[in-house]
Design a protein around this ligand. Structure first.
Ligand code: IPM
Ligand code: MN
Length: 360
């Protein structure tokens, strides 16, 4: 298969982790005789530095002309404590999601036996956890009307949803549940919010067409608690934009590190794959960032094009690296490996057909 992949490494550790994802994709391409053509483009703080715009037109054009986008990370501390900044790196990512119509953000969470003891949560609580968050990505409070009054004494953000926006991701989430454990949990705040009541109404209505899927409803405050109290109860979690953002960071604690969590952002005509972690500026250039989230995002990219064996190869290699403790400091306090070490191990492992060396 020939795939055109836009690379948007972005800020902080983004370029380092994307480099490892490319290494791994190249190993897959070599093994399975695919051609992956990459085109690099800038986004985020680095794009502001270069052009004044966090999402230059050129970047958007490259993305629109590609089959898929591999995204690194976004954000720079120089903007974080400057509430009056007019242009912010995050606007690049938000505009990209909106312009490409990437309405469904899919964030799977699984546990690795060899990491169970690394989580801050008790092994008996998290063992066997395997769920996926379907986060609505192009609407809600992120994209509603917002304003700061002229005197600077008042501000508002509006949360708005249309039934079209709710329905399209709800169908995707139900379809995912059908091929998983057939349970869907809608997380909302329908005891308070009108938008949440609309979500609940639509999900109840749509659930009638997916009668083999069990549906339940949780208020987001309770869901935040349930996620760490009893995470194995979840299969597919469906939620709006901001709740999904918050809950997915919380959920990463279950797997042991946010450096493990991959995501896919799917639209009608485009698809973007990105680790859920941020730009981790403290680690920039130190070769210590965990590349697994970016690499597992590349695996999701392959899944998207139905290259299932290829994606599975990556996941097996990742499991092996975890089993052998070939991991970065976030997962490994002794004898840790660098970002590049991990990428090298995975690409070697994928290309080592008989797995002669590493299985010994
Ligand atoms: C994420 C990030 C983004 C979000 C930021 C960088 C705008 O936190 O992808 O989860 O809030 O969606
Ligand atoms: Mn987030």
């Amino acid at each position: 298969m020939n795939l055109k992949i836009a690379l948007l490494p972005g800020d902080g550790i983004g370029p380092e982790v994307i480099q490892q994802a490319i290494k791994v994709l190249d190993a897959v391409a070599e093994k399975y005789k695919h051609t992956f053509e990459y085109k690099k483009a800038s986004v985020g703080a680095i794009a502001i530095d270069e052009t004044g715009d966090p999402l230059p037109d050129k970047t958007l054009k490259i993305c629109a002309e590609s089959d898929a986008i591999l995204f690194g990370a976004i954000g720079d501390p120089k903007y974080d404590n400057n509430p009056s900044a007019k242009v912010r790196p995050e606007q690049g990512l938000l505009k990209l999601r909106k312009s490409l119509g990437l309405f469904a953000n899919i964030r799977p969470l699984t546990t690795y036996d060899d990491l169970i003891h690394k989580s801050n949560l008790k092994p008996e609580v998290i063992r066997g956890t395997n769920f996926v968050i379907y986060r609505e990505l192009t609407s809600g409070i992120y994209f509603g009307k917002k304003e700061l009054s002229e005197d600077g004494k008042e501000a508002f953000d509006t949360c708005k949803y249309t039934i079209e926006e709710i329905d399209r991701i709800t169908h995707l989430a139900f379809k995912a549940a059908q091929v998983r454990r057939k349970k869907l949990t809608l997380v909302d705040k329908s005891n308070v919010l009108e938008t949440s009541r609309l979500w609940r109404k639509r999900v109840a209505e749509i659930s009638k067409s997916y009668s083999n899927v069990l549906v339940d409803y949780l208020f987001v405050d309770n869901a935040a608690m349930q996620l760490i109290l009893n995470p194995t109860q979840f299969d597919v979690i469906l939620t709006e934009n901001m709740f999904g953002d918050i809950l997915s960071d919380e959920a990463s604690v279950i797997s042991g590190s946010i450096g493990l969590l991959a995501s896919a952002s799917i639209g009608t005509n485009s698809a973007m794959f990105e680790p859920i972690h941020g730009s981790f500026p403290q680690a920039k250039g130190k070769n210590i960032a965990n590349p697994l989230a970016a690499i597992l995002s590349a695996a999701m990219l392959l899944d998207h094009f139905e290259l299932y064996d290829e994606a599975e190869d990556i996941r097996i290699a990742v499991e092996k690296s975890i089993e052998l403790n070939i991991t970065t400091p976030d997962l490994n306090s002794t004898n840790h490996f660098s970002t590049t070490n991990v990428g090298n191990f995975l690409s070697d492992f994928i290309l080592d057909d008989e797995n002669t060396f590493y299985n010994k």
